[in-house]
Design a protein around this ligand. Structure first.
Ligand SMILES: Nc1ncnc2c1ncn2[C@@H]1O[C@H](COP(=O)(O)OP(=O)(O)OP(=O)(O)O)[C@@H](O)[C@H]1O
Length: 258
């Protein structure tokens, strides 16, 4: 649990920004198309050129390896990228499958949802264990251990919350609709257990029912993990539903939204 703080962050289109999002707080960001919202999120995630500093709690980004920063400050882009053939291969199931092959019930920080066909999930986990090599830490060092990923039962719970049965783990990426990709990308992001979230219009491709499921899952994670969230949204009703502060980019500056 940590606050996210921008200290004179200067991206290409915006004046230098100071901004504090407390741990557990939600801040909505709006602004005209092309005003620089996505660029700001990418600058915070250290993916676009910028100057200035960003802090996560007491740690400045400049003191953290870039890959570890991007894991802790999780960006959900408007368009998601997928690299493996199946959904399940994008989730950190291997870590648990290799250590505790039958541990869905005992290795839990959240209970599996009632009635879920856990046998099918175990089958998937076993398949991943056979097919994949264990993940290597890209960022961890002796002094900076990689944070723990979500457990399989947490992942199954989050999938259920956004309307998926566990068999989605075996679905091919090619068959996914844009809305399915958007919902699954959120679970993929949360599975890294980020400490802060940067959400770029996470409900843009969704019908109201699935939009509400995504809102509910983000709220659940926010309350459970006390993460700071910066959420790009053009929808005043969404902002009213979820509460939190709202700022808009106007004339290259952040201004409060009434
Ligand atoms: N790599 C780049 N080089 C030059 N210009 C860029 C680059 N990336 C984005 N831009 C431009 O910067 C501006 C801001 O882009 P950004 O994606 O941040 O807009 P946005 O506020 O998120 O808009 P939207 O609501 O339409 O998604 C746009 O005019 C875009 O064309």
């Amino acid at each position: 649990m940590a606050a996210l703080r921008l200290d004179r962050l200067h991206s290409r289109l915006l004046e230098p920004l100071d901004l504090l999002i407390e741990a557990g707080a939600l801040l909505f960001l709006s602004g005209a198309s092309g005003s620089g919202k996505s660029q700001l999120l990418r600058a915070i995630a250290d993916l676009d050129p910028h100057t200035g500093e960003v802090w996560l709690g007491d740690t400045p980004r400049s003191r953290m390896p870039p890959a570890l920063w991007r894991r802790r400050v999780g960006l959900l882009p408007a368009e998601t990228c997928w690299w493996a053939e199946e959904v399940g291969a994008h989730l950190p199931l291997m870590e648990h499958a290799s250590q505790h092959p039958l541990s869905l019930g005992s290795n839990t920080r959240a209970s599996p949802p009632a009635g879920q066909p856990i046998g099918r999930v175990l089958k998937h986990l076993a398949a991943f264990t056979r097919r994949s090599r264990p993940r290597q830490s890209a960022t961890g060092t002796a002094h900076e251990p990689e944070p723990a990923s979500a457990t399989p039962s947490q992942i199954i719970d989050w999938l259920a919350r956004i309307g998926f049965e566990p068999d989605v783990l075996g679905w091919s990426i090619a068959r996914l609709s844009s809305g399915e990709r958007q919902r699954l990308a959120l679970v993929r992001l949360l599975a890294q257990m980020p400490t802060a979230l940067l959400l770029d219009e996470p409900t843009a491709n969704l019908d109201p029912g699935n939009g509400a499921r995504v809102e509910s899952l983000v709220t659940h994670y926010r309350q459970q993990q006390q993460v700071a969230i910066l959420w790009v949204s053009h929808d005043p009703l969404q902002r009213a539903r979820l509460g939190g502060r709202a700022l808009a980019i106007r004339n290259a500056r952040l201004e409060p939204v009434a």
